[in-house]
Design a protein around this ligand. Structure first.
Ligand code: AMP
Length: 218
């Protein structure tokens, strides 16, 4: 079963994607993480991307669809798109790519969160500089302050979570990503993302289970 997760920054897309993966064995294609991996490799592409991400802007559409196509080709047994598509052009490109790859999207979830809550959550968001595990210092703190539970590495604030970049990213979400909700229309299942990660997961899970029951999706 192939899914798209839409939602503003800090709405819990990454967290729920990893819960879905653990439960259903689907592959996460998280574009933010893929780009951050490229940046870590310190290639010239990575250097260009670093500037784009730090400023809170979007990476070029052509690069994104190439990346997504390659990642979809590698998957077996379903995938979750986390962070893609981010605008109407990317949605069009995705449509074409899926046709070419003989794939389709079975469910689109919109994790709905008000701007004030997004800003509050981001101000508490910390990420492991090594394994990219995400923490919220208020709601999902690490066991040892400032240190990753998985790999004992220092937690940092992402450059693009700093105030100036965040304002830009939220504007891009409103202007470029939100119109996807009208494009996908009644295919979109809206989830209240102000709830806990466990509740968000169980809401999505019950939708998936009823889709599977009704339509025999694998
Ligand atoms: P995220 O971790 O999903 O918030 O993504 C972090 C950053 O990666 C974004 O602010 C963009 O700069 C870049 N990015 C992620 N996904 C996309 C995409 N689909 N199109 C363009 N840029 C993206």
């Amino acid at each position: 079963m192939n899914k798209i997760l839409l939602g503003p920054q800090a709405s819990g897309k990454g967290t729920v994607a990893s819960k879905l993966t653990k439960h259903y064995g689907t592959t996460i294609i998280g574009t933010g993480n893929l780009l951050r991996e490229e940046i870590k490799k310190e290639t010239s592409l990575g250097e260009t991307l670093k500037g784009i991400l730090d400023r809170g802007e979007l990476a070029p559409d052509e690069l994104m669809i190439t990346l997504i196509k390659n990642e979809i080709k590698k998957t077996k047994g379903g995938f979750i798109l986390d962070g893609f598509p981010r605008n109407l052009k990317q949605a069009e490109d995705l449509d074409l790519a899926l046709k070419e790859l003989n794939q389709k999207i079975d469910a689109i979830f919109y994790l709905n969160l008000e701007k004030e809550q997004v800003i509050e959550r981001i101000s508490c968001r910390k990420i492991c500089s090594s394994c990219s595990e995400v923490y919220n210092t208020k709601y999902v703190p690490p066991k040892k302050e400032g240190i990753c539970n998985n790999c004992d590495t220092e937690l940092i604030q992402r450059d693009d979570d700093k105030e100036e970049a965040i304002e830009k990213r939220l504007n891009i979400f409103e202007k470029n990503t939100k119109p996807l909700l009208s494009l996908y229309g009644n295919k979109v299942i809206t989830i209240d993302a102000s709830n806990s990660p466990e509740r968000i997961f169980s809401d999505i899970q019950s939708h998936i289970d009823s889709l599977v029951d009704n339509e025999d999706i694998q």
